[in-house]
Design a protein around this ligand. Structure first.
Ligand SMILES: [Zn+2]
Length: 290
């Protein structure tokens, strides 16, 4: 991916390298009172459902180490630049799409970079839970060490795999701005678990489709794609399908527990957005078949 030298977004809230709290004296962006526990979040939207990974390691067995000091390395700085460049690309592209396709003004999302743990209005977060979007504070959260997890544990290496994950989280914000997330969550709240999961799948596949639109338009406008980039994103979509994640965790895939869609579906919807560029073609809620 050709991202170096491109504009970097300033809509990043960099919480990395902040002194860690002692004895509950935490002040995290005015969200006091939220316990800093590495819990799975409520009301969030992720690019990747890492639950199978966590279960594979045993509950609480993930790398949560509150006493570890936070040091910003060169790799962190480079990852931060990469995220800022990608975020800028989402800003330019979604501003265009909002104006041209829906006659709305796109207001950029804030992306929180953290290292280790942080808090959000959706609950406490740790890098191990993966990147997510929190509708409660309208921010996307990302621990860039997740890119290593993506490559080493999920088999989804390459810079464009990481770009796809960023685009996916921003897509949840886009859904929020369009009123889709709020409506979907309302219905989920009064549905049983299986029905709620099925709605979640439609939300996630739509975010994948939007990510495809973003990749297409960003390349058209900024010529970002290098040979192999699309294959990296498509491979990532495949590796983080619910069936593949559960199978790789040594379990038999259970469709009623799926929250993000199968590998096949994730790839298909990403490709649909990529091929179309039109958000109307990403109507996973109206689709008879996913
Ligand atoms: Zn998601």
């Amino acid at each position: 991916m050709r991202w170096q030298g491109k504009r970097k977004s300033t809509n990043i809230e960099d919480r990395r390298g902040r002194a860690r709290p002692r004895n509950g004296a935490r002040k995290a962006g005015g969200l006091g009172g939220i316990g800093l526990i590495a819990v799975l979040l409520i009301g969030y939207f992720m690019g990747i459902d890492v639950t199978p990974l966590l279960q594979e390691q045993g509950q609480g067995g993930y790398q949560e180490n509150p006493t570890q000091s936070v040091e910003i390395t060169d790799a962190d700085r480079k990852a931060g630049d990469f995220v800022a460049a990608n975020l800028a690309l989402t800003e330019d592209i979604w501003a265009d799409i909002f104006r041209k396709q829906i006659g709305m003004t796109y207001k950029p999302v804030t992306l929180v970079l953290f290292k280790g743990t942080t808090s959000s209005r959706c609950g406490g977060a740790s890098g191990a839970t993966g990147p997510f979007y929190c509708p409660g504070d309208k921010k996307a959260y990302l621990d860039t060490s997740f890119f290593t997890t993506l490559e080493k544990r999920l088999g989804a290496g390459g810079d464009f795999a990481a770009a796809y994950v960023i685009a996916h989280e921003v897509s949840h914000y886009v859904q929020d701005e369009l009123g889709i997330l709020g409506k979907a969550n309302e219905i989920r709240a009064r549905s049983n678990k299986a029905a709620s999961n099925a709605i979640s799948v439609r939300i996630e596949l739509q975010a994948d489709c939007y990510s495809g639109i973003w990749a297409r338009e960003a390349d058209k406008k900024f010529n970002i794609l290098e040979r192999g980039d699309l294959a990296e994103a498509i491979n990532a979509a495949k590796q983080i399908g619910d069936d593949t994640l559960q199978r790789n965790a040594g379990r038999t895939p259970l469709p009623h527990t799926f929250t993000h869609g199968t590998s096949k579906q994730r790839v298909a919807w990403f490709k649909r957005g990529l091929g179309s560029g039109d958000i109307r073609d990403c109507d996973t809620f109206g689709a008879k078949q996913l």
